[in-house]
Design a binder for this molecule. Structure first.
Ligand code: FAD
Length: 618
């Protein structure tokens, strides 16, 4: 039976397709393989119609004109830009329609994909290969048969068990209706608390500030942005405070109570009661695995669905993509949950290929690097690969790190801004393990380059030799990416010994108490900085006067060769400057004169970031 024709498909008619959806299968003129299609007439059902689900549906159609594709979405919208929601709240995106990347109509007209919004999938019957769905408008339930089922059910926001968390005025942000609610309350609010200082909490906090609210961010751990290492997160914290955010680290909301004058009171672990008009809960997400669990699909230790490289679950007729799955980390090879839009989209494409038989060996999912970027106020924060704490947690200890703070472009061209970079690499072969960068300009581009190198199994020698765009307004003849590679490669070749701040501490380590690592480190440096090493600060006298490490000796680089006699050749010399460049030159001079010398990686910039970690001020 021919329900529709390719002419009708191309002409944009929807009637016959809709007829096919209501029980009659869709047999078009069958495209043949030589036309690039896949000859299968599978009925593909997709649960979840946003990032992974939408991508999977569209890709499946591009690969297969003869498949019937139906997408079920519990909410009223499909393919909406959840990443844009904080900016909708902040009035950066003003029209709500702009958040709709695709509509059900577009899916029907352009792709002949049937979309059932406000339809919840209740159960999977794997034996019968059916799903039970409920139309949330009418309350009616029906069964839908499938040949292939895709779960792109995403994640749900964690609502911690804080007494009073269900009071009015307390929100999570996942959907367009959530953002409407928050916009409504924000219009008449003057004070809010955001719980959680991950990227979503900070984006939301920034947008609330943009709307004129006084915002307190409460974070249980001792740093913002948990994907970053602490000393990098310290830059972010400083920037947040400079922009008027009230940041409380090492602090928890212990309960919410209704305020007599409206709003809620957030009682903090510090003992303070914070009266606010509204509270935003941004403490993370958990994979939405209810359907998968009840259907008996294999889940991993982290609670996500386990899939193979083409996103096939333990049931060969069911695929899963996006926030709901566990994925392998490319560096540590450990299973991980990485709720990001890019991976969800790419996984959706791969599942589609797997379903229609277009999966090519060697072209499956490569694993996740956690490449991410976010902006808070003027600061862009980006990362790829594994952080130092992630390496430690995975038991990887043959790594090294460099810090650098180059400009985003040459200094002589107006408007150069520093980029603070931390690069982690394997000391055995120089393989790139991870990178973090912060700054006002050019940050994402650098992390993207390093991310690609990491995915290709690249090394610091590859970064050293990378041929990157250069003109004065874009970069430098030695791009920050090249510089990171050069510093690391010089170090591995033995041309440029590096000291880490914590090495300095290790030489003196006597105190381990319950302070944060950064605070402990700083106190040790300040207590006895020069007991083992001679710290030589090679900046100018003026810079030295403005701020220096206690106990450091100032020998400006220009005077170093004349003042070598002031240095002991018995004790190791630790050279420091502003960002590490002058200290690198000093290291090379001193090495050639036979001194034992190391460059304190990242210079005073890194020292500042440790010293100014907000938790250290407590
Ligand atoms: P989702 O896109 O969440 O879609 C899952 C859908 O499944 C939901 O709409 C849900 O209603 C539906 N569903 C679940 N169960 C059922 C059921 N039983 N029946 C029917 N429907 C069901 N990522 C980035 O990379 N960069 C960002 O800047 C970024 N910003 C974000 C900002 C916000 C506010 C949010 C909420 C997320 C952000 N993310 C960002 C994360 C990104 O949006 C997700 O990683 C991505 O959307 C995951 O895609 P998914 O298909 O797995 O799930």
């Amino acid at each position: 039976m021919q329900r529709t024709t390719l002419a009708a498909v191309n002409g944009g008619e929807t009637g016959s397709f809709l007829a096919s959806y209501f029980g009659l299968y869709y047999y078009a003129q069958t495209p043949t393989n030589h036309r690039g299609g896949y000859m299968t007439a599978k009925r593909i059902l997709i649960v979840g119609g946003v990032a992974g689900g939408g991508a999977c549906a569209a890709r499946a159609r591009r690969l297969c004109e003869t498949c019937e594709i139906v997408m079920f979405e519990r909410g009223a919208f499909v393919s909406f830009a959840n990443c844009g929601l904080p900016y909708f709240i902040g009035d950066v995106i003003v029209e709500e329609e702009k958040l709709l990347v695709a509509t059900p109509q577009l899916f029907r007209d352009r792709f002949r994909i049937e979309v059932c919004t406000e339809t919840e999938v209740l159960r999977i019957d794997r034996d019968r290969k059916t799903i039970a769905v409920r139309d949330l408008q009418s309350g009616k339930e029906r069964d839908e048969p499938y040949d292939a089922l895709v779960l792109s059910t995403g994640a749900r926001a964690v609502r911690p068990a804080i007494p009073g968390i269900d009071l009015p005025g307390i929100y999570v942000l996942r959907t367009i209706p959530d953002s409407r609610d928050i916009r409504r309350v924000v219009a008449n609010a003057s004070r809010a608390v955001v719980i959680g200082a991950g990227y979503l909490g900070l984006e939301l906090a920034e947008n609330l500030v943009r709307r004129g609210l006084a915002v307190t961010v409460v974070e249980a751990s001792d740093q913002v942005m948990p994907t970053l290492d602490r000393e990098m997160a310290a830059f972010v914290a400083k920037h947040l405070e400079a922009n008027g955010l009230d940041l409380r680290l090492n602090c928890r909301v212990e309960r919410f109570t209704e305020a007599a004058e409206g709003g809620v009171i957030a009682s903090l672990s510090s003992g303070e009661d914070l009266p606010v008009d509204s509270a935003m809960i941004c403490v993370g997400v958990r994979p939405e695995t209810t359907l998968a669990e009840h259907a008996g699909l294999t889940l991993g230790r982290l609670g996500g669905i386990r899939v193979d490289e083409f996103m096939q679950t333990s049931d060969p007729a069911i695929w899963a993509v996006g926030d709901v799955v566990e994925v392998r980390n490319v560096v540590t090879d450990e299973w991980q949950l990485v709720p990001l839009a890019g991976p969800a989209n790419r996984q959706g494409r791969l599942a589609a290929a797997g379903i229609v038989g277009a999966a090519k060996s060697g072209c499956g999912y490569r694993g996740v690097q956690g490449t991410s970027v976010c902006q808070v106020f003027d600061l862009t924060i980006a990362a790829t690969g594994v952080s130092e704490k992630g390496l430690k947690a995975a038991g990887i200890d043959d790594y090294e790190k460099v810090y650098l703070h180059p400009g985003n472009h040459v200094g002589y061209y107006p408007g150069a801004k520093p980029i603070h970079i931390k690069l982690l690499y394997d000391t055995t072969d120089g393989a790139i393990l991870g990178a973090q960068a912060l700054g006002e300009a050019g940050v994402a581009r650098r992390i993207d380059v390093i991310s690609m190198a990491l995915q290709m199994g690249g090394t610091v020698y590859d970064l050293e030799e990378a041929e990157l765009c250069y003109a004065p307004q874009f970069g430098a003849t030695k791009d920050p990416v090249n510089l990171a590679g050069m510093i690391a490669a010089n170090h591995l070749r033995g041309d440029h010994p590096l000291a880490k701040w914590e090495e300095l501490v290790d030489a003196h380590a006597q105190v381990v108490d319950d302070q944060s690592e950064a605070a402990r480190l700083l106190s040790l440096i300040l207590r006895d900085p020069a007991a083992e090493a001679q710290i030589v600060d090679v900046r100018s006298a003026t810079e030295f006067e403005a701020k220096h490490i206690p106990g450091a000796k100032n020998i400006p680089l220009e005077q170093l060769r004349e003042r070598l006699s002031e240095l002991s050749s018995e004790r190791e010399i630790w050279v420091v400057c502003g960002v590490g460049l002058r200290a690198y030159n000093a290291t090379r001079i001193l090495l050639q004169y036979g001194f034992k010398v190391k460059n304190l990686s990242g210079g005073m910039q890194t020292y500042d970031s440790i010293e100014e970690t907000p938790s250290n001020k407590a």
